[in-house]
Each structure stands twice: as C-alpha cells, then as structure tokens.
Ligand binder design. Structure first.
Ligand SMILES: C[C@](O)(CO)[C@H](O)COP(=O)(O)OP(=O)(O)OC[C@H]1O[C@@H](n2ccc(N)nc2=O)[C@H](O)[C@@H]1O
Ligand SMILES: Nc1ncnc2c1ncn2[C@@H]1O[C@H](COP(=O)(O)OP(=O)(O)OP(=O)(O)O)[C@@H](O)[C@H]1O
Length: 285
C-alpha cells in the first residue's frame, strides 16, 4: 500500500460580501474580498480504493451520500481520462454548512492533490474551470490565497496588499443552508466596493472594511438569530477591530491586530460554540 499524500483545505472567510446583482438562472453576482484562515480540513489520497471521513466534525457528514471530495475526484478523473483507482480520506475540522466553505475547500484540495498525485500538471486556471460546477466557492478555494471575488464566484483577481492581522472564527453550531439565505435577501443590490491598493496595518484594513458589509448578514440573522449573539460576543472581545459574518453564515469572524491576540481571544468565547483564533493560511513553499 502506498503512503498517503496530504493537502490542506483551509477555511474561506469573506471580509466583505456585496451582492451586486442576480443572473437570469437565479445565481447572484458577488463582490468579495476573500482570505483563507490557518484552520481547515485535510484531504489525503493514495493509490488504492475507498473513502473515509474522520475528525471532530465528521459526524455532520455521516448522512452525506455524495461527498464533495468524491465529486471532485470523479470530475478530474473523467476530464483527465484517469482510470486508476484512488483511496481518499477526509479529516473534517470545519463545521458543515457554515459559510466558511468547508465543502468547497475539500473539493478544491482534492483537485490540487490528485492533479499532483496523477502527475497531470494542470495549471490553476484549468482546475478552477473544472471546479465551478462543484460550487461557486470552489474556484477561489483552488487558489486558497487572498483574492477579490466577482461574477458568481468564478471571476478572481489578486487581493489588495494585506497587512498582518489575526482572525477569530466562531460558529453558534447551527447549520445554515446557502440557498435559503440568498432567497431571504431582499432590497436593492449593492455596488462593488472601492478598495485601495493595500493597507498599512490591521487598523486601516478594519476601518475600510467597516464602511462595507456582508449583504447576507441580515437575512441570515432572520433565519438564525444566534448569529446576532455571536456578533455581539465578538464585538465585546478586547482588541476586536471588526466583527462580521462570513459567506452565508452562520460563522462570523473578528478581525484582530495580531494572530496571537486572536488565538487568545477565541478562548474567551463560550465553549458550546465552535471557535478558533489565529492568522491566515500559509501555503507551502
Ligand atoms: C455565499 C458564498 O459563501 C460567498 O463566498 C458563496 O457564494 C457560496 O458558494 P457555494 O456554497 O459554493 O455555493 P453553491 O453550492 O454553488 O450554491 C448553492 C446555492 O447558493 C445560491 N448561490 C450561490 C452562489 C452565488 N453566487 N449565488 C447564489 O445564488 C444558489 O441558490 C445556489 O443554488
Ligand atoms: N466534504 C464536505 N464538507 C462539507 N459539506 C459537504 C461535503 N461534501 C458535501 N457537503 C454538502 O455541502 C453542503 C455545504 O457545505 P459547506 O460546509 O461547504 O457549506 P458552507 O460552509 O455554507 O459553504 P459556503 O461558504 O461555500 O457557502 C453541506 O450541507 C453538505 O450537505
């Protein structure tokens, strides 16, 4: 039996999320500054067969018939004409259906990993094109580095220059389905944000983000009132520069000046919630 190869599947965080329009097929046009946190799932692969899910959040996927890891593996095998069997494993640490793109990150990690394992050498753009039908967040997760997201999630541009900062992620342990949150949104569409070329420090970043919003936050609170409690708890943490919901929720983030301060602050939140604090995902190499 060959050894496992592993790939990190970091959590996606939408620092702002403006819904700018709606396509005739019902998908929404978005403008978002997306970053990836230093917490996530791990996808493993080796020559062989089978699929196993383990880890603290694996239970929520027990009833899942068609895991996104398997869908991604099938899509790549078919597109690349690979017929060799592959064994896959998923270490699940991110809460499921929580607005930090766990399933999308897993699918994207599977694409990167199998691209390597099968020696395909596909460039990132080709993987991203294959990724979009798996989910609107999957192309950004293929990149797993800070980016400006447009279109329905497929139009990716480099992010402004980011300062060092810390993040706290917290989820009240209520799953929120993305389609329901988009359906609950009403009112006018937003304009895309005007962002500078970069920020000198976390305070400047928080100040500019403070003038923006997550347009899905109000509809998510309507469906899931604990989101408002989580936001209040984040705002009450010493050193929290900004608190906002990520994606379609219910996970919210707090922005801090430093990763160490964020890690310490996360420990002060109720243990009944899923919580994490630290810095951004650091890609290998
Ligand atoms: C809200 C975000 O988290 C922001 O990053 C993502 O756009 C969601 O991405 P995702 O979970 O990968 O979404 P998908 O699995 O592609 O779509 C789930 C459902 O969300 C809605 N959806 C999703 C993305 C988008 N741009 N417009 C939408 O209206 C659609 O009803 C869609 O059927
Ligand atoms: N590996 C996986 N991890 C999580 N969810 C999965 C996975 N495979 C399939 N799913 C299904 O995908 C749904 C969405 O999961 P995910 O955790 O990506 O949502 P999300 O956090 O709301 O994502 P987003 O931020 O992209 O909206 C789940 O409700 C689950 O049914």
């Amino acid at each position: 039996m060959s050894a496992w190869a592993a790939e990190a599947a970091p959590a996606k965080v939408n620092l702002h999320l403006h819904v700018t329009g709606r396509r005739p097929d019902g998908y929404h046009l978005l403008d978002s500054l997306v970053v990836f946190a230093g917490v996530g799932d791990v996808v493993r692969a080796r020559a062989g067969e089978g699929f196993a899910v383990a880890g603290p959040e694996a239970g929520a996927l027990a009833a899942e018939g068609d895991n996104l890891v398997l869908r991604a593996a099938r899509a790549l095998a078919q597109a690349a004409g690979v017929s060799a069997p592959v064994g896959l494993a998923l270490d699940k640490h991110l809460p499921v259906a929580s607005g930090i793109g766990g399933g999308s990150a897993d699918a994207a990690a599977a694409l990167r990993l199998l691209n390597r394992l099968w020696g395909l050498g596909w460039p990132e753009e080709r993987l991203a094109a294959l990724a979009l039908p798996l989910g609107a967040d999957v192309p950004a997760c293929v990149a797993s580095r800070p980016c400006r997201m447009g279109g329905i999630g497929e139009a990716l541009a480099p992010a402004p220059r980011l300062p060092a900062f810390g993040l706290v992620l917290v989820n009240p342990r209520v799953a929120l389905a993305t389609p329901a949150v988009f359906r609950a949104r009403d009112g006018d569409f937003s304009a895309p944000a005007a962002l500078p070329a970069g920020w000198a420090d976390a305070a400047a970043l928080a100040r500019d983000l403070g003038a923006l919003r997550n347009d899905l936050e109000a509809p998510a609170i309507g469906l899931c009132p604990p989101v408002a409690e989580v936001l209040d708890a984040l705002r009450a943490l010493p050193g929290c520069l900004l608190a906002r919901m990520s994606g379609s929720g219910a996970t919210c983030f707090g922005l801090f000046a430093q990763a160490a301060g964020a890690a310490e602050a996360a420990g002060r939140l109720p243990a009944a919630w899923w919580r994490w604090g630290g810095g951004l995902h650091a890609p290998p190499g």
